[in-house]
Design a protein around this ligand. Structure first.
Ligand SMILES: NC(=O)c1ccc[n+]([C@@H]2O[C@H](COP(=O)([O-])OP(=O)(O)OC[C@H]3O[C@@H](n4cnc5c(N)ncnc54)[C@H](O)[C@@H]3O)[C@@H](O)[C@H]2O)c1
Ligand SMILES: O=C(O)CC[C@@H](O)C(=O)O
Length: 302
């Protein structure tokens, strides 16, 4: 069986797959190259970089070798899921393997914003000692509003609660009966009550932004926004305006409407703590993801 790992994988994943007798191609093919390569592949493994579009699937269908697409991670927005399934190609992700890592990055952004860590790193390297400008605040007692109370949202809630934050959440599926420690509120109520708002929802193209101009208007003055979910769930244009008008005091952003982002206004904004889509980029998450991929391949019935 030919397995193409197009966006890299943990070294143990590759070794284990080879030991089990699979032919592993651990190499990145760009969009054009992949159109050819996909014809000889049985299993395609991708992270977020490779876009598995209808066109790419059409190329695969010319030989019908491709039977399984594995997303080494959670979000399936880079894969044309319906088209793959309609054509008998199975698609799976690794839904739990990175939740803790993404939640920890969320808390990292919160702490950085509260204490100016991100901007101190910039100004100190410019030779400045801006001690007076960097009076922060404790997160203890502050209200964290979580939009999307799935795997990552709930992990974030647990850590935030341990820090003494008052956690409220909303979810399109409503109140979760298995989470009695956390208070469910309606979406608009969460916008009004929160000091920090963090999103942990999937990007669904047809649904558009979850947070845009109208939602910013309803928030507290001086609110902080964290988006480690997906570019496209928060409007970058609306966020920049809210930051510049002072409505939003700071933002922690790991994901962008276009990646790699070229949004210089966002990248260079003093009130933005920024990371290059590294939510799942920890040794532990990648190892767990890798082992889950191996299990899925070994148990896949060709
Ligand atoms: N930054 C990263 O590296 C990174 C890593 C992993 C996942 N992610 C992103 O995080 C997202 C969430 O991951 P998860 O594992 O928690 O997913 P999940 O499916 O466990 O939870 C998502 C929750 O959001 C809810 N939801 C969906 N749309 C909503 C909306 N508009 N308003 C309110 N609730 C809504 C769902 O009902 C669900 O409970 C993923 O879809 C992915 O895009 C990012
Ligand atoms: O591939 C990555 O590193 C990002 C993964 C992350 O966004 C996910 O949805 O799992």
């Amino acid at each position: 069986m030919n397995i193409l790992i197009n966006d890299g994988a943990h070294k143990d994943t590759i070794t284990t797959l080879k030991e089990k007798g699979f032919n592993v191609i651990d190499k990145h093919f760009n969009k054009e190259e992949l159109k050819e390569k996909i014809k000889e592949v049985d299993v395609l493994i991708v992270r977020s970089k490779t876009k598995v579009t209808k066109n790419l699937i059409d190329e695969a269908l010319k030989t019908r070798n491709l039977k399984l697409i594995l997303r080494a991670g959670v979000g399936l927005d880079n894969i044309d899921l319906n088209y793959a399934k309609e054509n008998g190609i199975e698609v799976h992700n690794t839904p739990l393997a990175s939740s803790r890592s993404v939640a920890e990055l969320t808390i990292g952004h919160i702490m950085s914003l509260a204490r100016h860590v991100h901007i101190s790193n910039v100004t100190m390297r410019e030779g400045k000692w801006n001690k007076k400008d960097y009076k922060g605040f404790e997160v203890f007692g502050k209200t964290l509003g979580i939009i999307g109370f799935g795997n990552i949202g709930r992990q974030t809630a647990t850590i935030a609660q341990a820090l003494g934050m008052n956690v409220i959440y909303t979810d399109k599926l409503g109140k979760r009966d298995d989470c009695p420690d956390f208070k469910f509120v309606q979406f608009n109520e969460l916008l009004r009550q929160s000091d920090f708002i963090t999103l942990h929802v999937p990007f669904i193209k047809d649904e558009g932004y979850v947070i845009s101009h109208n939602e910013f208007k309803q928030m507290k003055d001086g609110v902080f926004i964290i988006n480690v979910a997906r570019g496209g769930v928060v409007s970058e244009e609306a966020l920049l305006r809210a930051l510049n008008e002072g409505k939003v005091a700071g933002a922690g952003i790991d994901v962008f409407e276009e990646e790699p982002t070229r949004n210089e206004d966002l990248i260079n904004h003093n009130k933005v703590c920024i990371t290059p889509h590294i939510g799942a980029s920890t040794a532990e998450a990648q190892e767990r993801i890798g082992m889950e991929l191996v299990d899925k391949i070994v148990n896949f019935k060709m």
